[in-house]
Design a binder for this molecule. Structure first.
Ligand SMILES: [Zn+2]
Length: 342
């Protein structure tokens, strides 16, 4: 029972506004004279059914929160606090996902928005010791042509270091749009050396996961838990080296599984899946990175297995090989410490 907040790890699934602290959201709203619903500021985590209405409730909350993240100060503060909070949880590498269009109007357009985000990611990396890379994510509720614009923009800042764009994603309601229509945007990103990290296999099952794999060529899949519905597909994805960003509390909050115990962590782990646990949207789900590892412990994962999950998160990250080796050595050291309870 070693301290999981001291287990070095990489955090690969965290959304921009979704990372906000409730206290910061409240302050930003006050500054702007905006009123927030008690559902956002209260103590209850969001809990909705996994249908269109449930997603709508989730999205409405997210949009209200996003509406107060305006201006350079708010954007920089959000990134800095995400890095500080990750550092406190043993994260060494944060790959933060952003759809920059949502913040561009007040920041003079897409390019300056992304440049501010990358600049602060570099500064926060330097100050916190957590390397912050940015995943530019297109949204399923926008036109696929917008995704191409974003992919071209992302490509100009591609790299694996802090303050660079480390991947290209696709987020929002998985049931929206035709997946193949985003293939062109992902092809632009892939040609620029940006790995594909779309969401998939969360609200829809194996059939849609196959489409995501075929058209978007992911190196990592956001969620992908529904691959467990089809062991053959899961085995294929594992063999193809696709890693899984698994966010157990998010799955339960969004009604994908009734209970944390139902999230197929053990099944995926035993099938050889590379799993990077993530918090997704702590603002709405009231659960952060270490909580996901605690849930894995609740599933019976031993400290050696939890260390293996952490190693998998590092392997699945876009960090440089030397940085991966350094973090992995720290994980080994964590496991080599005597178990305080034995
Ligand atoms: Zn997500």
């Amino acid at each position: 029972m070693r301290d999981l907040s001291r287990l070095p790890k990489a955090h690969l699934h965290l959304h921009f506004t979704g990372s906000l602290r409730v206290a910061t959201l409240t302050e930003l709203a006050l500054e702007r004279g905006a009123r927030l619903p008690s559902s956002l500021t209260g103590s209850e985590a969001l809990s909705v059914p996994a249908d269109k209405r449930g997603w709508f409730r989730f999205q409405r909350q997210y949009d209200i929160a996003r509406s107060v993240v305006k201006g350079e100060g708010a954007v920089r503060r959000l990134i800095r606090e995400a890095a500080i909070d990750d550092a406190a949880e043993g994260s060494r590498r944060l790959e933060l996902q952003v759809e920059p269009s949502s913040y561009a109007r007040e920041l003079g357009g897409l390019t300056p928005t992304l440049e501010i985000i990358l600049d602060e990611a570099a500064l926060a990396s330097r100050d916190t010791g957590v390397d912050v890379g940015i995943i530019v994510a297109a949204s399923r509720i926008r036109h696929p042509l917008d995704a191409r614009t974003l992919a071209r923009l992302a490509a100009r800042y591609a790299g694996d270091g802090p303050g660079q764009v480390v991947g290209f994603g696709l987020s929002n309601d998985e049931r929206t749009g035709i997946t193949s229509e985003w293939a062109a945007a992902f092809a632009i990103a892939l040609r620029a050396g940006l790995p594909a990290m779309p969401h998939g296999g969360e609200l829809l099952g194996p059939e849609h996961l196959r489409e995501v794999v075929a058209h978007l060529h992911p190196s990592r899949i956001g969620h992908g838990v529904r691959s467990a519905d089809d062991p053959e597909l899961l085995a294929h994805m594992v063999a193809d080296g696709i890693a899984f960003e698994v966010c157990p509390v998010s799955n339960v909050s969004l009604g994908v599984y009734a209970d944390e115990a139902d999230v197929p962590l053990r099944q995926m782990f035993d099938a050889g899946a590379q799993i990077a646990l993530g918090a997704d949207d702590p603002l709405l789900f009231r659960s952060r990175l270490v909580d996901q590892y605690e849930i894995a412990r609740g599933h019976g994962f031993s400290d050696a297995e939890l260390a293996e999950l952490a190693r998998a998160s590092v392997r699945a990250s876009t960090a440089s090989d030397s940085s991966k080796r350094a973090i992995t050595r720290e994980i080994d050291a964590w496991l080599a410490e005597p178990d305080p309870l034995s």
